[in-house]
Design a binder for this molecule. Structure first.
Ligand SMILES: C[S@@+](CC[C@H](N)C(=O)[O-])C[C@H]1O[C@@H](n2cnc3c(N)ncnc32)[C@H](O)[C@@H]1O
Length: 207
């Protein structure tokens, strides 16, 4: 069986499953699988989702934080309304947008997650560099807003800048791991980085 054939099958499977269960994107299953493994979303949490359209992660986060939690999403694209979720349309590179997110969360965030993707140029090194730039934006936002012990989840297109980015995360979080959920294995360079325990960094871990 070719790898491409397997990838297509997996994509189709999660696409159909998302439709059946009323999730807005296949990506919902990536977040469920990541959270089932790393336990990063808890009831009552405040979660910020960067690059949230069309809203698949927002749906999962809202279910898992429950009625006492808060979920806020931002994207360049508009996001159709979702119950229990607040969204804004804007660019995370814009300070006014980041300020708005801070106001919406009262400056107390327990989980920052980013599934942001750059526009794909087709050049591997260009796409990787743009992805790392978005990862750095997400990290800067997390460092500014997370409560002590908070968590971060970020998508990264792997490449030669990945190591430095992960090393930087390790300076701020107790536990940093790379993970590829089953629902995401269709894309060769896409990986998720889970960073837990903001402000409780320790030395000597492996990625
Ligand atoms: C893979 S999609 C996110 C899918 C989402 N997690 C879901 O479950 O539906 C990536 C998103 O990142 C957004 N994005 C890319 N750069 C951004 C930026 N600078 N600011 C805000 N959103 C951005 C894109 O507009 C796109 O909608």
């Amino acid at each position: 069986m070719s790898n491409n054939w397997m990838q297509e099958r997996r994509r189709d499977y999660y696409y159909r499953k998302a439709k059946q269960l009323d999730y807005r994107s296949r990506a919902s299953f990536k977040l469920m699988q990541i959270d089932d493994r790393f336990n990063i979303i808890h009831p009552g949490m405040t979660v910020v989702d960067l690059g949230a359209a069309p809203g698949g992660w927002l749906q999962v986060a809202a279910e898992r934080v429950g009625p006492k939690g808060k979920v806020v999403g931002v994207d360049l694209q508009p996001i159709a309304p979702l119950e229990g979720v607040q969204t804004i349309k804007g660019d995370i590179k814009n300070e006014a947008v980041r300020e708005e997110l801070l106001t919406m969360t009262n400056g107390r965030v327990d989980l920052v997650m980013s599934d942001m993707s750059p526009n794909i140029s087709g050049s591997y090194s260009m796409d990787h560099a743009r992805s790392i730039e978005l990862c750095e934006m997400a990290m800067a936002f997390a460092l500014r807003t997370l409560s002590p012990g908070g968590n971060m989840l970020v998508k990264m297109f792997e490449g030669d800048l990945s190591r430095d980015f992960i090393d930087e995360l390790k300076k701020h979080f107790a536990n940093v791991k790379r993970y590829s959920p089953e629902a995401s294995r269709s894309s060769s360079s896409e990986i998720y980085v889970v960073a837990k325990g903001f402000g409780k960094s320790k030395k000597g871990q492996d990625g």
